[in-house]
Structures are given as structure tokens and as C-alpha cells.
Design a protein around this ligand. Sequence first.
Ligand code: ZN
Length: 78
Amino acid sequence: MLCQRCGEREAEIFLTQQQGDGFYTEDLCPACARRDQGLILGALIQVQTPGAPPLSPAQEEAIRDALDRAAPPGPGPS
Ligand SMILES: [Zn+2]
């Protein structure tokens, strides 16, 4: 099974995420999983560091992705 992120390498890390009533899995190769973790961790440290440069687009996207996964979309605002 190939990595769902890059589609190039064999997936070795299977993340299970809760979404609504069910679960889904995200299959990642080690490189993509590490990239995710590194980006998120680095960005979280960076935003808490006074005088640190602003987040890069890649970091912002990684955090947005992580937040999306942590808080799956609900039924909607209506
Ligand atoms: Zn990958």
C-alpha cells in the first residue's frame, strides 16, 4: 500500500483518526510522517518564541491539517 500523502513510497505508519462516529486511517510513509511531526512541532515552538520569524506556508498548512484532523467538521453552522 502506498503512502496517501506522497503516493511514492510504501506506507509503514498507519494513523487512526476519529472522525464523527467512525474512524479512518491515514497511511503514511516514514518520510511523510516525520515531515508532519517535525513541521507541527517546529511551528508550535516557533509561535511561542518571542521574536521568532513568522510561520512558513508549509508550517501553517501542517498546523491547519493537524487542527482539521483534531476537530473534524461538524454538521455545519446552519
Ligand atoms: Zn509519503
